[in-house]
Ligand binder design. Structure first.
Ligand SMILES: [Zn+2]
Length: 453
Protein backbone atom coordinates (compact mmCIF):
# COMPACT_ATOMS: atom_id res chain seq x y z
CA UNK A 1 0.00 0.00 0.00
CA UNK A 2 1.16 3.54 -0.80
CA UNK A 3 -0.26 5.60 2.05
CA UNK A 4 -0.92 9.27 2.64
CA UNK A 5 0.25 10.75 -0.68
CA UNK A 6 -1.50 13.00 -3.16
CA UNK A 7 -2.30 10.59 -5.96
CA UNK A 8 -2.71 11.48 -9.65
CA UNK A 9 -5.96 9.59 -10.38
CA UNK A 10 -8.08 9.66 -13.56
CA UNK A 11 -10.46 11.95 -11.60
CA UNK A 12 -7.70 14.38 -10.68
CA UNK A 13 -5.42 14.62 -7.65
CA UNK A 14 -6.76 12.87 -4.52
CA UNK A 15 -5.37 12.24 -1.08
CA UNK A 16 -5.96 8.53 -1.01
CA UNK A 17 -4.14 5.27 -0.30
CA UNK A 18 -3.26 2.97 -3.20
CA UNK A 19 -3.68 -0.75 -2.53
CA UNK A 20 -1.70 -3.30 -4.51
CA UNK A 21 -1.73 -7.08 -4.84
CA UNK A 22 0.43 -9.20 -7.14
CA UNK A 23 1.82 -6.13 -8.88
CA UNK A 24 -1.58 -4.71 -9.79
CA UNK A 25 -3.55 -1.84 -8.25
CA UNK A 26 -6.59 -3.30 -6.48
CA UNK A 27 -8.25 -0.18 -5.09
CA UNK A 28 -7.90 3.47 -4.17
CA UNK A 29 -9.34 4.24 -0.78
CA UNK A 30 -8.62 4.83 2.83
CA UNK A 31 -9.50 1.34 4.09
CA UNK A 32 -6.76 -0.42 6.06
CA UNK A 33 -4.31 -2.68 4.31
CA UNK A 34 -4.34 -6.45 4.88
CA UNK A 35 -2.09 -7.56 7.77
CA UNK A 36 1.51 -8.02 6.69
CA UNK A 37 1.25 -5.82 3.58
CA UNK A 38 4.19 -3.46 3.13
CA UNK A 39 3.20 0.17 3.59
CA UNK A 40 5.07 2.99 1.88
CA UNK A 41 4.68 6.30 3.72
CA UNK A 42 4.02 8.91 1.02
CA UNK A 43 2.79 11.74 3.25
CA UNK A 44 3.66 15.09 1.67
CA UNK A 45 4.55 13.36 -1.62
CA UNK A 46 2.98 13.09 -5.05
CA UNK A 47 2.16 9.58 -6.25
CA UNK A 48 2.34 9.52 -10.06
CA UNK A 49 2.09 6.82 -12.72
CA UNK A 50 5.47 5.54 -13.94
CA UNK A 51 6.65 7.25 -17.11
CA UNK A 52 6.46 5.37 -20.41
CA UNK A 53 9.28 6.66 -22.58
CA UNK A 54 8.38 6.00 -26.20
CA UNK A 55 11.70 7.23 -27.63
CA UNK A 56 14.72 5.35 -26.27
CA UNK A 57 18.01 4.19 -27.81
CA UNK A 58 19.37 1.32 -25.73
CA UNK A 59 22.51 0.69 -27.90
CA UNK A 60 22.13 -2.99 -26.99
CA UNK A 61 22.80 -5.09 -28.99
CA UNK A 62 25.42 -3.21 -30.99
CA UNK A 63 27.23 -0.64 -28.88
CA UNK A 64 27.19 -1.78 -25.23
CA UNK A 65 30.12 0.56 -24.49
CA UNK A 66 27.68 3.44 -24.93
CA UNK A 67 24.92 1.73 -22.92
CA UNK A 68 23.55 -1.74 -22.33
CA UNK A 69 20.05 -2.81 -21.38
CA UNK A 70 21.07 -3.09 -17.72
CA UNK A 71 22.54 0.42 -17.33
CA UNK A 72 19.77 1.75 -19.56
CA UNK A 73 16.97 0.47 -17.41
CA UNK A 74 18.66 1.34 -14.10
CA UNK A 75 18.93 4.93 -15.32
CA UNK A 76 15.33 4.78 -16.51
CA UNK A 77 14.15 3.55 -13.11
CA UNK A 78 16.12 6.28 -11.32
CA UNK A 79 14.24 8.90 -13.34
CA UNK A 80 10.78 7.42 -12.81
CA UNK A 81 10.58 5.72 -16.22
CA UNK A 82 9.03 2.29 -15.62
CA UNK A 83 8.59 1.35 -19.29
CA UNK A 84 11.08 2.03 -22.08
CA UNK A 85 10.06 1.63 -25.72
CA UNK A 86 13.30 1.00 -27.56
CA UNK A 87 14.02 2.27 -31.05
CA UNK A 88 14.99 -0.26 -33.75
CA UNK A 89 18.40 1.19 -34.70
CA UNK A 90 20.33 -1.25 -32.53
CA UNK A 91 22.70 -3.59 -34.41
CA UNK A 92 21.46 -5.75 -36.00
CA UNK A 93 18.61 -3.33 -36.70
CA UNK A 94 15.15 -4.65 -35.84
CA UNK A 95 13.89 -5.17 -39.39
CA UNK A 96 12.62 -8.76 -38.99
CA UNK A 97 10.76 -10.86 -36.45
CA UNK A 98 13.79 -13.04 -35.63
CA UNK A 99 15.90 -9.99 -34.80
CA UNK A 100 13.15 -8.62 -32.58
CA UNK A 101 12.85 -11.93 -30.73
CA UNK A 102 16.62 -12.11 -30.11
CA UNK A 103 16.66 -8.52 -28.86
CA UNK A 104 13.70 -9.23 -26.57
CA UNK A 105 15.54 -12.21 -25.06
CA UNK A 106 18.66 -10.10 -24.44
CA UNK A 107 16.60 -7.28 -22.92
CA UNK A 108 14.57 -9.61 -20.72
CA UNK A 109 17.77 -10.91 -19.10
CA UNK A 110 18.98 -7.42 -18.15
CA UNK A 111 15.94 -5.16 -17.80
CA UNK A 112 15.13 -3.44 -14.50
CA UNK A 113 11.97 -1.91 -15.97
CA UNK A 114 9.42 -3.07 -18.53
CA UNK A 115 10.25 -2.61 -22.18
CA UNK A 116 8.61 -2.58 -25.59
CA UNK A 117 10.21 -2.62 -29.03
CA UNK A 118 9.75 -0.62 -32.22
CA UNK A 119 10.30 -2.33 -35.57
CA UNK A 120 12.24 -0.71 -38.44
CA UNK A 121 10.89 0.39 -41.81
CA UNK A 122 13.54 0.06 -44.54
CA UNK A 123 13.01 0.95 -48.17
CA UNK A 124 13.11 -2.80 -48.82
CA UNK A 125 10.57 -3.71 -46.12
CA UNK A 126 7.49 -5.68 -47.26
CA UNK A 127 4.01 -5.86 -45.70
CA UNK A 128 4.83 -9.47 -44.73
CA UNK A 129 7.89 -8.28 -42.77
CA UNK A 130 5.65 -5.86 -40.87
CA UNK A 131 3.04 -8.51 -40.12
CA UNK A 132 5.68 -10.88 -38.72
CA UNK A 133 7.26 -8.09 -36.67
CA UNK A 134 3.84 -7.23 -35.23
CA UNK A 135 3.20 -10.88 -34.40
CA UNK A 136 6.56 -10.98 -32.60
CA UNK A 137 5.47 -8.01 -30.47
CA UNK A 138 6.55 -4.81 -32.26
CA UNK A 139 4.28 -2.07 -30.96
CA UNK A 140 4.87 0.24 -33.89
CA UNK A 141 7.26 1.00 -36.74
CA UNK A 142 9.89 3.70 -37.19
CA UNK A 143 11.06 5.13 -40.49
CA UNK A 144 14.23 7.21 -40.56
CA UNK A 145 13.75 9.46 -43.59
CA UNK A 146 17.11 10.08 -45.23
CA UNK A 147 19.06 7.37 -43.41
CA UNK A 148 20.34 4.58 -45.64
CA UNK A 149 20.79 0.98 -44.50
CA UNK A 150 24.00 -1.03 -44.61
CA UNK A 151 22.77 -4.50 -45.52
CA UNK A 152 26.06 -6.21 -44.61
CA UNK A 153 26.44 -4.64 -41.20
CA UNK A 154 22.66 -4.63 -40.61
CA UNK A 155 22.98 -1.06 -39.46
CA UNK A 156 21.45 2.31 -40.22
CA UNK A 157 24.03 4.50 -41.97
CA UNK A 158 24.07 8.01 -40.57
CA UNK A 159 26.51 9.57 -43.04
CA UNK A 160 25.99 7.43 -46.09
CA UNK A 161 28.52 7.41 -48.90
CA UNK A 162 25.97 6.55 -51.54
CA UNK A 163 28.63 4.94 -53.72
CA UNK A 164 28.91 2.21 -51.08
CA UNK A 165 27.47 -0.95 -52.67
CA UNK A 166 26.41 -2.30 -49.26
CA UNK A 167 23.86 0.48 -48.90
CA UNK A 168 20.15 0.16 -49.49
CA UNK A 169 18.65 3.61 -50.20
CA UNK A 170 16.80 5.35 -47.35
CA UNK A 171 13.04 4.94 -46.95
CA UNK A 172 11.28 7.83 -48.72
CA UNK A 173 7.70 9.09 -49.02
CA UNK A 174 7.11 6.34 -51.56
CA UNK A 175 8.11 3.74 -48.94
CA UNK A 176 5.72 5.32 -46.44
CA UNK A 177 2.86 5.44 -48.96
CA UNK A 178 3.48 1.82 -49.97
CA UNK A 179 3.54 0.46 -46.40
CA UNK A 180 1.08 2.78 -44.61
CA UNK A 181 -2.04 0.73 -45.51
CA UNK A 182 -0.44 -2.44 -44.08
CA UNK A 183 0.56 -0.64 -40.87
CA UNK A 184 -2.94 0.83 -40.60
CA UNK A 185 -4.43 -2.68 -40.95
CA UNK A 186 -2.21 -3.89 -38.09
CA UNK A 187 -3.56 -1.02 -35.96
CA UNK A 188 -0.04 0.12 -35.04
CA UNK A 189 1.55 3.57 -35.22
CA UNK A 190 4.10 4.68 -37.82
CA UNK A 191 6.74 6.93 -36.23
CA UNK A 192 9.01 9.04 -38.38
CA UNK A 193 12.25 10.93 -38.01
CA UNK A 194 10.87 13.98 -39.79
CA UNK A 195 13.62 15.83 -41.64
CA UNK A 196 13.29 16.03 -45.43
CA UNK A 197 16.44 14.46 -46.92
CA UNK A 198 16.42 16.67 -50.02
CA UNK A 199 16.52 19.82 -47.93
CA UNK A 200 19.20 18.40 -45.63
CA UNK A 201 21.44 17.47 -48.56
CA UNK A 202 20.98 20.91 -50.16
CA UNK A 203 22.21 22.62 -46.98
CA UNK A 204 24.96 20.16 -45.94
CA UNK A 205 28.11 21.96 -44.76
CA UNK A 206 30.99 21.57 -42.31
CA UNK A 207 29.82 22.39 -38.79
CA UNK A 208 32.24 24.92 -37.37
CA UNK A 209 29.75 26.90 -35.32
CA UNK A 210 26.33 26.19 -33.86
CA UNK A 211 24.89 28.53 -36.50
CA UNK A 212 26.27 26.11 -39.13
CA UNK A 213 24.41 23.27 -37.47
CA UNK A 214 21.14 25.24 -37.55
CA UNK A 215 21.72 26.24 -41.19
CA UNK A 216 22.50 22.64 -42.16
CA UNK A 217 19.21 21.32 -40.74
CA UNK A 218 16.68 24.13 -41.24
CA UNK A 219 13.18 23.95 -39.74
CA UNK A 220 11.55 23.75 -43.18
CA UNK A 221 13.11 20.27 -43.48
CA UNK A 222 10.93 19.26 -40.52
CA UNK A 223 7.82 21.06 -41.76
CA UNK A 224 8.05 19.56 -45.27
CA UNK A 225 8.52 16.01 -43.95
CA UNK A 226 5.58 16.37 -41.55
CA UNK A 227 3.28 17.78 -44.24
CA UNK A 228 4.19 15.02 -46.72
CA UNK A 229 3.86 12.19 -44.20
CA UNK A 230 0.57 13.66 -42.97
CA UNK A 231 -0.88 13.43 -46.50
CA UNK A 232 0.02 9.74 -46.49
CA UNK A 233 -1.49 9.27 -43.02
CA UNK A 234 -4.67 11.02 -44.11
CA UNK A 235 -4.99 8.84 -47.21
CA UNK A 236 -4.22 5.52 -45.51
CA UNK A 237 -5.62 6.09 -42.03
CA UNK A 238 -2.33 5.05 -40.42
CA UNK A 239 -1.62 6.72 -37.09
CA UNK A 240 1.41 8.90 -37.73
CA UNK A 241 3.70 9.71 -34.82
CA UNK A 242 6.14 12.59 -35.15
CA UNK A 243 9.26 11.86 -33.11
CA UNK A 244 11.19 14.66 -31.41
CA UNK A 245 9.36 17.71 -32.83
CA UNK A 246 11.84 20.58 -32.68
CA UNK A 247 10.53 23.64 -34.53
CA UNK A 248 7.75 26.21 -34.69
CA UNK A 249 7.40 25.52 -38.44
CA UNK A 250 7.11 21.78 -37.84
CA UNK A 251 4.45 22.44 -35.22
CA UNK A 252 2.55 24.75 -37.59
CA UNK A 253 2.63 22.12 -40.36
CA UNK A 254 1.40 19.47 -37.94
CA UNK A 255 -1.42 21.67 -36.64
CA UNK A 256 -2.63 22.30 -40.16
CA UNK A 257 -2.55 18.59 -41.00
CA UNK A 258 -4.39 17.68 -37.79
CA UNK A 259 -7.02 20.31 -38.59
CA UNK A 260 -7.42 18.66 -42.01
CA UNK A 261 -8.03 15.33 -40.32
CA UNK A 262 -4.67 13.55 -40.42
CA UNK A 263 -4.41 11.00 -37.57
CA UNK A 264 -1.24 12.18 -35.88
CA UNK A 265 0.45 12.41 -32.50
CA UNK A 266 3.28 14.80 -31.68
CA UNK A 267 6.19 14.14 -29.38
CA UNK A 268 8.85 16.54 -28.19
CA UNK A 269 11.66 16.18 -25.64
CA UNK A 270 12.76 18.18 -22.57
CA UNK A 271 15.88 19.45 -24.35
CA UNK A 272 13.72 21.23 -26.99
CA UNK A 273 11.50 22.67 -24.24
CA UNK A 274 14.29 24.00 -22.03
CA UNK A 275 17.20 24.92 -24.32
CA UNK A 276 17.88 27.06 -27.38
CA UNK A 277 20.87 27.94 -29.57
CA UNK A 278 22.03 30.54 -27.03
CA UNK A 279 22.79 27.73 -24.59
CA UNK A 280 25.46 26.21 -26.83
CA UNK A 281 28.21 28.44 -25.43
CA UNK A 282 27.50 26.99 -21.96
CA UNK A 283 26.50 23.41 -22.81
CA UNK A 284 28.69 22.57 -25.83
CA UNK A 285 28.41 19.33 -27.80
CA UNK A 286 26.29 17.69 -25.06
CA UNK A 287 23.42 19.48 -26.81
CA UNK A 288 24.32 18.32 -30.31
CA UNK A 289 21.40 16.26 -31.58
CA UNK A 290 19.29 15.76 -34.70
CA UNK A 291 17.00 17.52 -35.24
CA UNK A 292 18.88 20.39 -33.58
CA UNK A 293 17.86 22.42 -30.57
CA UNK A 294 16.82 25.65 -32.31
CA UNK A 295 15.96 29.24 -31.37
CA UNK A 296 14.15 30.62 -28.33
CA UNK A 297 11.12 31.23 -30.59
CA UNK A 298 11.04 27.53 -31.51
CA UNK A 299 11.41 26.53 -27.86
CA UNK A 300 8.57 28.86 -26.82
CA UNK A 301 6.30 27.58 -29.61
CA UNK A 302 6.83 23.98 -28.44
CA UNK A 303 6.10 24.91 -24.81
CA UNK A 304 2.92 26.62 -26.01
CA UNK A 305 1.98 23.59 -28.14
CA UNK A 306 2.34 21.41 -25.07
CA UNK A 307 0.28 23.79 -22.91
CA UNK A 308 -2.49 23.75 -25.52
CA UNK A 309 -2.41 19.95 -25.83
CA UNK A 310 -1.40 19.91 -29.53
CA UNK A 311 1.91 18.34 -28.55
CA UNK A 312 0.71 15.46 -26.39
CA UNK A 313 3.81 13.43 -25.54
CA UNK A 314 7.16 14.21 -23.98
CA UNK A 315 9.80 11.50 -24.48
CA UNK A 316 13.54 11.60 -23.92
CA UNK A 317 15.21 10.47 -27.16
CA UNK A 318 17.70 9.04 -24.65
CA UNK A 319 20.70 8.51 -26.96
CA UNK A 320 23.96 8.04 -25.09
CA UNK A 321 27.47 7.92 -26.54
CA UNK A 322 30.88 7.56 -24.91
CA UNK A 323 32.48 10.69 -23.43
CA UNK A 324 35.13 10.59 -26.17
CA UNK A 325 32.49 10.50 -28.90
CA UNK A 326 30.79 13.57 -27.39
CA UNK A 327 34.02 15.46 -26.60
CA UNK A 328 35.00 15.77 -30.30
CA UNK A 329 34.57 18.97 -32.35
CA UNK A 330 31.01 20.09 -33.15
CA UNK A 331 31.44 18.62 -36.63
CA UNK A 332 32.63 15.23 -35.40
CA UNK A 333 30.81 14.79 -32.08
CA UNK A 334 28.03 12.21 -32.32
CA UNK A 335 24.44 13.44 -31.99
CA UNK A 336 22.38 12.56 -28.91
CA UNK A 337 22.12 12.93 -25.14
CA UNK A 338 21.02 10.76 -22.22
CA UNK A 339 17.72 11.91 -20.75
CA UNK A 340 15.87 9.56 -18.37
CA UNK A 341 16.75 11.22 -15.09
CA UNK A 342 15.60 14.64 -16.22
CA UNK A 343 12.32 13.60 -17.93
CA UNK A 344 9.83 13.56 -15.06
CA UNK A 345 11.34 16.33 -12.94
CA UNK A 346 11.70 18.73 -15.88
CA UNK A 347 8.14 18.04 -17.03
CA UNK A 348 6.77 18.58 -13.51
CA UNK A 349 8.60 21.91 -13.40
CA UNK A 350 7.21 22.94 -16.78
CA UNK A 351 3.66 21.87 -15.87
CA UNK A 352 3.99 23.71 -12.55
CA UNK A 353 4.97 26.88 -14.42
CA UNK A 354 1.91 26.40 -16.62
CA UNK A 355 -0.24 26.36 -13.49
CA UNK A 356 -1.13 22.66 -13.43
CA UNK A 357 1.52 20.25 -12.26
CA UNK A 358 -0.84 17.30 -13.00
CA UNK A 359 -0.35 17.79 -16.75
CA UNK A 360 3.10 16.20 -16.47
CA UNK A 361 1.89 12.62 -15.94
CA UNK A 362 -0.35 13.03 -19.00
CA UNK A 363 2.65 13.97 -21.15
CA UNK A 364 5.02 11.26 -19.93
CA UNK A 365 2.68 8.42 -18.99
CA UNK A 366 -0.96 8.52 -20.05
CA UNK A 367 -0.58 9.78 -23.64
CA UNK A 368 2.48 7.56 -24.31
CA UNK A 369 0.52 4.53 -23.03
CA UNK A 370 -2.15 5.25 -25.65
CA UNK A 371 0.44 5.56 -28.42
CA UNK A 372 2.08 2.27 -27.45
CA UNK A 373 -1.24 0.42 -27.10
CA UNK A 374 -0.70 -0.04 -23.36
CA UNK A 375 -3.68 2.05 -22.26
CA UNK A 376 -5.40 -0.92 -20.62
CA UNK A 377 -2.52 -1.76 -18.27
CA UNK A 378 -0.29 1.29 -17.85
CA UNK A 379 -0.38 5.09 -17.73
CA UNK A 380 -2.97 5.46 -14.98
CA UNK A 381 -3.30 4.94 -11.26
CA UNK A 382 -6.59 3.05 -11.21
CA UNK A 383 -7.80 -0.42 -10.19
CA UNK A 384 -6.64 -3.12 -12.61
CA UNK A 385 -3.60 -1.14 -13.79
CA UNK A 386 0.01 -2.17 -13.19
CA UNK A 387 1.37 -0.83 -9.90
CA UNK A 388 4.01 1.36 -11.58
CA UNK A 389 4.49 4.39 -9.35
CA UNK A 390 6.80 7.32 -9.01
CA UNK A 391 6.87 8.97 -5.60
CA UNK A 392 7.91 12.57 -6.04
CA UNK A 393 8.93 15.05 -3.38
CA UNK A 394 7.43 18.41 -4.49
CA UNK A 395 9.45 20.37 -1.95
CA UNK A 396 12.91 19.15 -2.79
CA UNK A 397 14.64 20.46 -5.91
CA UNK A 398 16.89 18.39 -8.18
CA UNK A 399 20.06 19.91 -9.59
CA UNK A 400 21.15 17.94 -12.64
CA UNK A 401 24.69 16.70 -12.05
CA UNK A 402 26.70 14.14 -13.98
CA UNK A 403 27.77 12.44 -10.72
CA UNK A 404 24.24 11.32 -9.93
CA UNK A 405 23.45 9.98 -13.39
CA UNK A 406 23.11 6.22 -13.77
CA UNK A 407 23.38 6.02 -17.52
CA UNK A 408 26.80 5.02 -18.88
CA UNK A 409 27.06 8.50 -20.42
CA UNK A 410 26.70 10.87 -17.51
CA UNK A 411 26.87 14.26 -19.21
CA UNK A 412 23.57 15.36 -20.73
CA UNK A 413 22.12 18.42 -22.42
CA UNK A 414 20.35 19.59 -19.23
CA UNK A 415 23.42 19.40 -16.94
CA UNK A 416 23.49 22.19 -14.36
CA UNK A 417 19.76 22.95 -14.52
CA UNK A 418 17.57 22.88 -11.44
CA UNK A 419 13.98 21.62 -11.21
CA UNK A 420 11.79 21.97 -8.12
CA UNK A 421 10.95 18.26 -7.75
CA UNK A 422 12.80 15.08 -6.80
CA UNK A 423 12.01 11.48 -7.71
CA UNK A 424 12.18 9.73 -4.31
CA UNK A 425 11.13 6.15 -4.99
CA UNK A 426 10.02 4.18 -8.02
CA UNK A 427 7.98 0.98 -8.16
CA UNK A 428 7.49 -1.43 -11.05
CA UNK A 429 4.46 -3.72 -10.69
CA UNK A 430 4.66 -3.22 -6.93
CA UNK A 431 8.42 -3.89 -6.55
CA UNK A 432 10.77 -1.03 -5.73
CA UNK A 433 13.23 -0.40 -8.56
CA UNK A 434 14.82 2.89 -7.47
CA UNK A 435 15.28 5.05 -4.40
CA UNK A 436 16.37 4.55 -0.81
CA UNK A 437 15.22 1.33 0.80
CA UNK A 438 15.34 -0.68 -2.40
CA UNK A 439 15.62 -4.28 -1.21
CA UNK A 440 16.67 -6.12 -4.32
CA UNK A 441 18.58 -5.33 -7.48
CA UNK A 442 16.88 -8.22 -9.22
CA UNK A 443 16.03 -7.55 -12.84
CA UNK A 444 12.30 -7.98 -13.25
CA UNK A 445 11.52 -6.13 -16.47
CA UNK A 446 9.04 -7.76 -18.83
CA UNK A 447 8.31 -7.14 -22.47
CA UNK A 448 5.06 -5.28 -23.08
CA UNK A 449 2.88 -5.80 -26.13
CA UNK A 450 0.09 -3.61 -27.45
CA UNK A 451 -3.47 -4.51 -26.54
CA UNK A 452 -5.69 -5.45 -29.48
CA UNK A 453 -7.26 -2.38 -31.01
ZN1 LIG B 1 16.00 9.09 -31.53
Amino acid sequence: MIAGGTVHTPDGPREVDVHVADGVITSLGNESAPAGARTVDARGMYVLPGAIDVHVHSRDPGFPKKEDFGTLTEAAAAGGVTTVIDMPNTVPAVDAAGVLEAKAALARAKAHVDFGLWGLVRSGTTPDDLELLAAAGALGFKAYLGYAFNVTRKQIAYSPELSDSDLEPPPDYGTLARLAPAIARLGLPLAIHAEDPGILSAFRRPLETYADLLAARPPEAEAVAIAAAAEIAGASGVRLHIAHLSSASGLAAAKEAIRAGAPMSLETCPQYLWLCDEDFARVGTAMKMFPPIRTSADRDALVDGLAKGVVGIVATDHAPHTDAEKAASLDEALAGSPGFQTLYVSCLELAHRQGNVWLAPRWVSEAPAELAGLQESKGKIAPGYDADFVIVDPNRPTRVRAETMRSRQRHGALDGMEFGFTVREVYLRGAQVAGAGRRSRRTGGRMVRPARR
